[in-house]
Design a protein around this ligand. Structure first.
Ligand code: PGA
Length: 250
């Protein structure tokens, strides 16, 4: 499976700042040909990604979407609007959206449907809020993944993002922890009749890790079996750090 290395800049970068960011980042990633790299910008800067990244290998996308295609939803942004801007990826269900906007697993699933309806790939964030023994984490992951069973596996990415490992002051989960959590997610994805369960002919769903990833820790995380990529937050706000992570030898 091709490694996926991506970032969400969260609520950072004006469109002017995004232009400067991408102008530095793009040449730094020119030689990355064996992995897929993506950048998820705020809605207001996605047009800049289309402007700066068209005809590059870097793909771009959004950090959220409304489940409906159009209508009376003041301030919201729909999947056709994102597809029209050339988005390849749309993140849904990030912990900060579940926390700040009370997003439920049902709403997250409806957003996945919208993203796929418009030909884009949904990156679904799952993970536990409190640090707990892994056997207690399983049921929470199962609940978050259960509603994904009807979706197109070829346009689905699962991002394991334990909330306790996200953000300023946090530390990335240890590689062995991440390896075990990814194995549990993989098992849930493969359970017959379970979330997006597989058949022998169906493609594997990439499972990527996010939460305080930085250039120093990236190699150990990628070395863990079952880690198909990394989803980077604040350390990728420095384009050179993000490029370093994208170049991590494995
Ligand atoms: P962080 O964010 O790297 O700043 O912890 C990760 C994420 O939320 O995906």
């Amino acid at each position: 499976m091709t490694l996926l290395i991506g970032t969400s800049t969260k609520m950072n970068l004006t469109s002017t700042e995004a232009g400067a960011y991408l102008d530095v980042l793009r040449p730094l990633l020119d030689d990355v040909t064996d992995r897929e790299v993506f950048v998820l910008l705020p809605f207001t800067a996605i047009w800049v990604a289309r402007d700066r990244l068209t005809r590059s290998r870097i793909r771009w996308g959004a950090q959220d979407v409304h489940p409906d295609d159009a209508g009376a939803h003041t301030g919201d942004v729909s999947a056709p609007m994102l597809a029209d801007l050339g988005c390849s990826f749309v993140e849904v269900g990030h912990h900060e959206r579940r926390r700040d906007h009370d997003e439920t697993d049902e709403l997250v699933a409806a957003k996945v449907a919208a993203v796929q309806r418009w030909g884009m790939t949904a990156i679904v964030c799952v993970g536990e809020v409190e640090r707990r023994p892994l056997e207690d984490v399983g049921p929470q992951l199962e609940r978050q993944l259960r509603l994904l069973s009807d979706f197109d596996r070829s346009r689905l990415v699962v991002a394991y993002e334990p909330a306790w490992a996200i953000g300023v002051g946090a530390q990335a989960a240890s590689p062995p922890w991440v390896g075990q959590a990814h194995a549990a997610i993989r098992e849930l994805l493969a359970t017959p009749g379970g979330p997006a369960s597989s058949s022998s002919s169906s493609p594997a769903i990439p499972v990527i890790y996010g939460g305080s990833v930085d250039p120093n820790g990236a190699a150990a995380l990628l070395a863990e079996p079952g880690v198909d990529g990394l989803f980077v937050g604040r350390s990728a706000l420095d384009p050179r750090a993000f490029a370093a992570i994208a170049h991590t030898p494995i």
